[in-house]
Design a protein around this ligand. Structure first.
Ligand code: GLU
Length: 422
């Protein structure tokens, strides 16, 4: 069993496995069940030939990992990125299992990826990659088998192509094959905003828990994509002052608070927040160390590391990204009770919760209004937050370990009740 030590450099899969082992030990997990839950159920690697716009053929490598199907169909996004790897997809797939279980929705966990740089590909090339990726995996996908969704580098359009490819193969329209698709073809009201809204809801709950007044609080947000921007707007609506925001190109700081509307307009025009005139330029490293009440990493994995964890100066760390904190950084945060951590598998679960609603609406061909979606989303988050906080207080364990323990114990229960085949 791997212990987390400050000397080790762990890749994302090893990092999640180390956390799992730690939770398994705390839970007194049966060794046999632990062996099952530690490994993904299925890992598929494909090499997909695609005709590029200039006529030459390129071969892209794609992955789909189904970590668990014990509690329902495998569920999780598809990531298009130049550095995506099988180990990363594996880690993200298992995070999806624990995420769905901690918020108690009837899905397993999965993740997919294609090694490519979407910023360098044309619309047509992206469409051909997506359709071929879907076609190669067609027998593994299905509303009852595995339901993809957007992740980094993919969006509603990607999901529309996946849905169309699957539907053409089946011979009938199958909206429930993917979630996060456009509303016009069976997407859910409020899906696009769901992750950011969920983050903001949980930040409010964390503020209540530590007695912080939203109107006196400041927040720093790393990432101004779909999740970071919605979380920023939503926190601002509740009175929080957003003093710094960044993206891959750099960041911007304004102690008096950033005008998010103007910033959004600037980011739309310039494709970055860097260079926004109403504030001082800062680097991503400076942004993470900026004194604030709420720090929201909403970008990539491994942003809070052994090197900078001691420098972060916030009261609440709201992990909107998947895996923004390394296990080494975790050890440091564990020794900092001044910071209330909302762990990723809880903090960003709003997205997959509304994906669940989308799947349910598609299966029933009966659609809900946005108010109903948001109300149901908050109810689920409320229950999961309260259970995690209670467990963390009762067992005197971190919020991260409490969330993971809740998730793992639900999957264990399903495995134990179902038994082993044959
Ligand atoms: N990619 C998102 C996540 O990591 C959404 C997954 C989904 O909706 O299935 O949670």
């Amino acid at each position: 069993m791997k212990t987390i030590s400050l000397e080790q450099e762990l890749n994302p899969w090893e990092a999640q496995a180390a956390r799992f082992d730690f939770a398994a030990e705390k839970l007194n997990l049966d060794v046999g069940i632990g062996k099952i839950l530690r490994q993904p159920t299925r890992e598929i690697i494909i090499h997909i030939p695609v005709a590029m716009d200039d006529g030459h053929i390129e071969v892209f490598t794609g992955f789909r990992v189904q970590h668990s199907i014990a509690r329902g169909p495998a569920k999780g996004g598809v990531r298009y990125a130049p550095d995506v790897s099988l180990d990363e997809v594996r880690a993200l797939a298992s995070w999806m299992t624990w995420k769905c279980a901690v918020v108690n929705i009837p899905f397993g966990g999965a993740k997919g990826g294609v090694i490519c740089d979407p910023s360098k590909l044309s619309h047509g090339e992206l469409e051909r990659i997506t359709r071929r990726y879907t076609a190669e995996l067609i027998e593994w996908f299905g509303p009852e088998r595995d339901v993809p969704a957007p992740d980094l580098g993919t969006n509603e359009q990607t999901m529309a192509w996946m849905m169309d490819t699957y539907s053409v193969h089946m011979g009938y329209s199958t909206p429930s094959i993917v979630t996060g698709k456009p509303v016009g073809i069976g997407g859910s009201a409020g899906r696009r905003e769901a992750t950011g809204r969920g983050v903001s809801y949980l930040v409010n709950r964390a503020m209540d828990s530590i007695g912080l007044d939203a109107n006196k609080a400041t927040a720093v947000v790393q990432g101004f994509g779909n999740v970071g921007s919605i979380a920023a707007f939503s926190m601002a609506k509740h009175g929080v002052k957003i003093i710094a925001v960044s993206d891959a190109m750099g960041g911007i700081f304004n102690a008096r608070g950033l005008d998010l509307w103007k910033l959004e307009q600037f980011a739309n025009q310039n494709r970055t927040v860097a260079g926004f005139p109403e504030g001082e330029a800062i680097t991503n490293d400076q942004l993470l160390a900026t004194p604030c009440d709420i720090l929201v990493p909403a970008a990539l994995e491994r942003q809070i590391t052994e090197a900078n964890a001691a420098n972060i100066q916030c009261r609440i760390l709201a992990e909107a990204a998947n895996g923004p904190t390394t296990p080494k950084a975790d050890e440091i945060l564990d020794r900092r009770p001044d910071i209330f951590v909302i762990p990723d598998i809880l903090c960003n679960a709003g997205g997959v919760i509304v994906s669940y609603f989308e799947w349910v609406q598609d299966l029933q061909s009966f659609f809900w209004g946005e108010t109903e979606v948001v109300d149901k989303l908050f109810r689920i988050l409320e229950g999961a937050f309260t259970q995690t906080l209670n467990l963390s207080r009762k067992q005197k364990i971190s919020m991260r370990l409490a969330a993971l323990s809740l998730g793992v114990s639900r999957v264990r229960e399903a495995k134990q009740i179902r038994g082993l085949f044959p």
